[in-house]
Write a protein that binds this ligand. Sequence first.
Ligand code: ZN
Length: 421
Amino acid sequence: MQPGIGTRAGAVGLRAAFAALAVLMHVGLGAAAAAASVASATRAELSGDQTRTTFLLELTAGVTAEIFTLANPYRVIVDLPDVAFRLPDSTGQNGGGLVRTFRYGLFAERKARVVLDTNGPVRIERAAMTAAPKGTGVTFSFDMVTTAPESFGMGTGADKVAEELKKDAPPSDAAGAAKPKRPGKPVIMIDPGHGGIDGGAVSATSKVLEKDVVLAVAKELGRQLAATGRYDVRMTRASDVFISLDQRLSLSLKHGVDLFISLHADTLPEHNVAQTIRGATVYTLSERASDEQARRMAEKENASDLVAGLSSAESGDDEVTGILIDLMKRETANFSSDFSNALIRKLKQSAALSPVPQRAAAFKVLKQTHAPSVLIELGYLSHPEDEKLLNTPAWQKKMAGSITGAVDSYFAKRTAGSPAP
Ligand SMILES: [Zn+2]
């Protein structure tokens, strides 16, 4: 990796912490009530121009906020404790001044985050948390001003923040400590993509979020697999929380999984194509993408960490990629493609398949040397029919049923075809 701006050295600009104000006392909440209540964000606003832009967030109570900047792409990150966002749906989509768009949501358990995508390098000024004039809550605000790329993020503790991000434990429902493997039962890990601050793709008309659709299918799949009694089922996430791609990989390793199934849903940007292309696609890992669309798909899914405000160093898009794939046992790759074949056979019976339903690309979450893994794009949220189906419990059930059938036939073949170890 080359040093300099845009990689590790430029990762962090400014970090400022603000103590909570004594607002709670003014409104007369007791300590117990205050601890139980969660601050809500009720309004978010951008103002200013291309040289100085103010971000303002109205909160029902004072909190401790941390602000830092990231390069590649340029972003401003605001970390907050358990803040509930009660903002209008389109908040942040249009941006303003130096900010193109911003998004917000849970980053980890009891940790919220706002990520602002800026037009270029900025530095933070005049950050403050003040009691609102009418005494109903707190106004948190800061200014972003343009700065030169050379002076962006110099000597401001990039490593410290990276360290802290590393420490973020996976959520408890992802079983922080690996449960011992039950003897004899294959461990299957279901990996619903995205989550929390990273919503994934957004559907064309009803604005359904990929993170919600894939979680619903993942839970149904988990139920059906567990109901067979043949598998030990684990999930990378079982709630609406962000998990980095690295955390997903390490969970898989920690649980010693025998099969890893990542669930996603795609969108196509081109309107004319989006109206015609639909159906499921199964991806396996390959350093060389099978085609241009597969390559773009992997690029989009691999950007999940950047969407959530991890630094590019932290998201690990790095030079070990090639080595990892070289190390991956040929056997693991063969098993992945066996499972992909089983999936296509089963899915064909119950769901629409995309025009090229078996593809390969360098998906980071599939870079597992220890377990066969596939990534299923369940359908296209940009197609009206798929959009409707993906959000329908009956369809989700059917889809989960087909995947369960494929898991069954995959393991039946492995047990029949190989002598006991
Ligand atoms: Zn996705």
